[in-house]
Design a protein around this ligand. Structure first.
Ligand SMILES: [Zn+2]
Ligand SMILES: [Zn+2]
Length: 1008
């Protein structure tokens, strides 16, 4: 007879079956059928956080992309209408730096020589290329998206929506140009904002010089301040020295002022004063002869923030080279000397140092100080130091003009909006609140090239013109509009506009925008906020033309889909995308752009270390997909609690494969017997036995629990529910029903089939390939599991489920007791006593069978005894000399057990923590206990039990022989056995070995 179900190989070849399924989906158009089927249904709005189209997808991206797909698939199975729009982040420093590398450019001057138009073209090419690569990789991962309609953040449409936002911000008076000290990357030639730099990965341990420098006081001959610095390049820009007013400072015999150190000999100082007494003193600057220092009067200023933990307690202040320094310059009206240009080289006015990098001036600065006798000490220090988040260059401080959006007025509304959001894990909500409470003004300008062109046109009349749309730009343009091929540099730079205040011609500022504006606006730009009419391919504009077919919908579409029901990205996006999209949505619409968020941590290697290409422990996503398979990767991501880092690698993948094998083997078992018996799922099922009723109920409970887990965005809970269900299915239902399958019981097959196929439906969002593969084999060769809807959870008999949980615990403990006693499971025993498992009472027969005991009793276990030992460190002090007697009494068992774990011994009451309690089997009993449940096996053996033990050994042996001789499961045999006394058990032996006859003789069998 032909097989109804295709037999399964012993282990699944994940990558191979995944390729088959991908082809099948492609051929059948499964995804589009699903979209069509759900159109007009209830909506599930997911907004994709754009992935940077700048490099291939990594295994760290695959976590989020898996989670996105899991919940989109789950909601689709439940009939929800979805958008499936993928997003690509396309401009800004990410892309520029990679393009620079590929072109061998290493500075802004190089880029300008290369040409901005050509540079923009290379950036676009890179984005187009990697958008294609990521699309293919995502498909391979099983991600279902509407790939022909991805949004690209560098489209003119996206840019225009940001312009609109910026115009709104200006209208509220939040936009300003700030003159500030900022963290500066000398390689990228731009300032970097706090939210970009906040990550831990943006700090590394670096070695720097550590200098103690003497600054002679002008009015006090022979006395000098001593300052400490790790940045020699800032000393030529020194203008002040700060002391802590209420700290104590001392003058050493050598004439040096330091803060007083308590550990030093009090006689080490010839004079002591409070810091405030030094304030106002003038000193000779370390580099007074430089032209830049002309006219600077150096003096001591007070500062409460002076650290007494490091350095000398006197801080060198260079307002042009440090953030705190710059703030102090405003308070104390200090001159601001700017020592470096945007590439980190010393400016004119710094003598021989001019044109050298901050590193290159270390030597000459130290030498000069040394020659002039100003160097008290020099060494090196290793400390945590910030590096550029993009190119890893150590950062400097510069004072520059940047554009900011004030956060003051939006802070409160953003906190209120965040209170409406459901966060998973829930404590991330507080992290978001913390970020919002502490966020500074948003630095939105970058002195770069391929990014959002900020539409700011400051006029010499003092008016700031902000352009809010392309139409406005066209209307107000005074020159070179015809050359504007897209809203990027260099084309936009050429267009001048008319000042709305004075009518004069105005040029755009050169700056581009923070890339988080690009990603933050997508709830508006992709959904058609305020757009009167749908524009076909209206998001395929500017740099995105030809890359996508995405439309620009009209406002009614936005009303339907805003806010998103759900977004998900990594936890660090709290200070990045979750922040920027909320900032923009609360500004434009007064509410959060998302109702629920799932945030997750980071991907590490399997030993928990960060993955780096340079350390050789990074795993390439393509390699992982082809070596472990997409389903296995997805399983690893889904099983992980999102608030902890994942340890990802081939070791964990093998562990997942091993666990998945239990399910695979259960399906394989079903297929084997279903084929033997010609099982037809469509045939009506017979009457259910108790165990069948249990599995039906257990299956319903699994659907119920897993559905609830999906509903609260908890993939780990889905995975746990599946694991437990498979364990029950395989190690209880199938184990307990083997005989029925042998006998071709159609009802058992039917119940098992239903349980397996339901499990496939429930786990399909997590493991779409394996689920589809097995579904095609068990249910329908021609129709996808993803078109089969979501299974209904039937009625759940919770009492029955509780009973079987108790039974399985009893059996588990019974096995432990047997193992501890050294008796093998095939040896029948007389009696098992169970205490503390009342729900299992009605299942004594099953327990007896599983544990091969003749009789199961429920009641107190007196087969064990308590051993109580004193906790000496506690009881010693409490009892003193009587401890000895108590100890002996405990040893001899002369004690009384009281309520609540107390014991009375010799008239003393001992508390639970004062004793160690152990329950051990009495002679002749094997006992095991766990969490309120105790089982005791009577281990006494008699003639009959021993003989029965030999029967089971024999059956085991014969079945091994059957397999060794390659007999089919259904083949009957004739059997000869050597032990005459076992012939009395011939019926049992026949039944368990499919023998038609059992005769006396040397042990052998032959096919009947
Ligand atoms: Zn950089
Ligand atoms: Zn003007």
């Amino acid at each position: 007879m032909a097989n109804t179900f295709a037999p399964l190989p012993p282990v699944p070849d994940h990558p191979a079956l995944e390729h088959e399924i991908l082809e099948l989906w492609e051929r059948e158009g499964t995804f589009f059928k699903l979209v069509e089927r759900n159109r007009g249904g209830p909506r599930f709005g997911f907004m994709d956080g754009p992935i940077t189209a700048n490099n291939p997808m990594g295994v760290h991206h695959a976590w989020g992309r898996t989670i996105k797909d899991v919940f989109q698939r789950y909601k689709a199975l439940r009939g929800f209408d979805e958008r499936y729009q993928n997003g690509f982040d396309c401009q800004g420093l990410h892309v520029e730096v990679e393009v620079e590398k590929s072109l061998g450019l290493d500075s802004k001057r190089d880029i300008e020589e290369y040409g901005l138009a050509e540079f923009a073209a290379r950036c676009k090419e890179r984005v187009a290329h990697f958008a294609g690569v990521i699309t293919e990789q995502s498909k391979r991962l099983g991600m279902w998206m509407d790939w022909n309609n991805s949004y690209y953040t560098f489209s003119d449409t996206n840019i225009e929506f940001i312009w609109r936002f910026l115009k709104e911000v200006q209208g509220r008076g939040w936009l300003y140009k700030g003159h500030r000290s900022t963290q500066w990357c000398p390689r990228c030639g731009t300032s970097l904002s706090k939210h970009e730099q906040a990550g831990e990965e943006n700090y590394v341990e670096l070695e720097h010089p550590s200098l103690f420098v003497r600054l002679p006081l002008k009015e006090r001959k022979g006395e000098s301040l001593v300052v400490w610095t790790t940045t020699p390049w800032t000393l030529p820009a020194n203008v002040a020295a700060a002391v802590k007013p209420d700290a104590e400072y001392g003058l050493t015999r050598e004439g040096l002022w330091y803060r007083v150190e308590e550990k030093l000999d009090p006689d080490a100082y010839v004079a002591k004063v409070r810091g405030e007494e030094l304030v106002g003193l003038e000193y000779e600057g370390p580099f007074d002869s430089l032209p830049a220092q002309e006219g600077v009067v150096h003096r001591v200023i007070p500062w409460d923030e002076v650290s007494l933990d490091e350095g000398t307690g006197i801080v060198h202040i260079a307002p042009g080279a440090g953030a705190d320094d710059f703030e102090l310059s405003r308070v104390h009206d200090l001159p601001v000397l700017m020592p470096i240009d945007e590439s980190g080289r010393m400016l004119p006015g710094y003598g021989e140092l001019e044109g050298r990098t901050t590193n290159a001036v270390e030597e000459p600065v130290i030498e000069s100080l040394h020659e002039r006798g100003l160097l008290v000490d020099v060494g090196t220090i290793v400390h945590r130091y910030p590096i550029c988040w993009r190119c890893k260059t150590p950062l400097l401080f510069r004072v520059v003009d940047d554009w900011f959006i004030s956060a003051e007025e939006i802070r409160g509304p953003m906190l209120e909006a965040n209170a409406t959001v459901e966060w998973t894990p829930s404590f991330y909500s507080k992290r978001m609140d913390d970020w919002l409470r502490n966020m500074g003004d948003w630095n939105i300008s970058r002195k770069r090239y391929f990014g959002l062109p900020l539409p700011f046109y400051p006029c010499s009349c003092g008016h700031l013109n902000v352009i809010g749309s392309r139409a406005e730009l066209e209307e107000r343009a005074t020159a070179r509009l015809e050359g504007l091929q897209e809203l990027h540099r260099p084309w936009i730079d050429a267009v001048t506009i008319r000042c709305e205040e004075c009518g004069g011609d105005v040029e755009r500022i050169a700056e581009v925008g923070d890339a988080w504006l690009d990603a933050g606006i997508v709830h508006f730009s992709t959904l058609g906020w305020g757009n009167p009419q749908r524009v076909e391919h209206g998001n395929a504009t500017g740099a995105a033309a030809g890359l996508t077919g995405a439309d620009l919908p009209d406002h009614s579409y936005w009303e339907k889909w805003f806010p998103a029901d759900w977004v998900t990205e990594s936890r660090e996006q709290i200070r990045l995308w979750f922040y920027s999209q909320s900032f923009m949505a609360v500004t434009l619409e007064g509410r959060s752009p998302y109702r629920a968020v799932l945030a997750y941590e980071r991907v590490r290697d399997e030993t928990g270390r960060e993955m780096h290409k340079s350390t050789g422990n990074a795993i390439d996503a393509n390699e992982a997909l082809e070596r472990m398979g997409a389903d296995v990767m997805r399983w690893i991501y889904c099983a992980q609690p999102p608030s902890q880092n994942i340890n990802f690698g081939y070791g964990p993948a093998d562990e997942v494969k091993r666990r998945l094998l239990t399910f695979w083997n259960s399906v394989s078992f079903f297929v084997t017997y279903a084929n033997v018996d010609g099982f037809d799922p469509a045939a009506p099922r017979g009457e259910l036995k108790a165990l069948d009723r249990w599995l039906v109920s257990r299956t319903s409970a699994f659907v119920r629990d897993a559905t609830a887990a999906y509903e609260r965005y908890s993939t780990p809970a889905v995975v746990v529910a599946f694991d437990r269900f498979v364990d029950d299915l395989s190690n209880w239902y199938i184990r307990r029903s083997r005989r029925r399958f042998w006998e071709g019981d159609a009802t058992a097959l039917r119940v098992l089939w239903k349980a397996l196929t339901t499990a496939l439906q429930v786990i399909a969002p997590v493991m779409p390939f394996l689920a589809e593969h097995l579904w095609r084999s068990l249910v329908s060769a021609n129709e996808s599991i993803f078109l089969a809807g979501w299974p209904e959870a039937g009625e759940v008999d919770d009492t029955l489920l509780t009973e079987v949980v108790a039974v399985r615990r009893v059996v588990e403990l019974g096995r432990q007791a047997r193992a501890a006693s050294g008796l093998k499971l095939r040896q029948p025993l007389r009696r098992l006593v169970v205490a503390g498992a009342d729900p299992a009472r009605s299942h004594a027969g099953e327990i007896a069978e599983e544990l091969r005991v003749k009789d199961v009793e429920f009641g107190d276990v007196d087969a064990s005894e308590l051993r109580v030992k004193p906790n000496l460190p506690l009881l010693g002090p409490k009892l003193g000399p009587v401890l000895r007697d108590v100890r002996v009494a405990l040893q001899e068992g002369r004690f009384e057990a009281l309520e609540g774990g107390r014991f009375r011994v010799n008239g003393h009451v001992l508390e639970p923590n004062e004793v160690f309690v152990e329950r051990v089997g009495k002679e002749g009993w094997a006992v095991a206990a766990d969490d309120g449940l105790t089982v005791a096996l009577d281990t006494a053996l008699d003639e009959e039990l021993l003989r029965e033990g030999r029967v089971f050994d024999l059956i085991h042996k014969v079945n091994a022989m059957r397999r060794a001789e390659g007999l089919e499961l259904t083949d009957r045999i004739r059997l000869w056995i050597p032990d005459e006394d076992l012939l009395a058990y011939a019926d049992r032996i026949k039944e368990d070995t499919l023998a038609v006859s059992v005769e006396l003789g040397e042990l052998r069998l032959e096919k009947a």
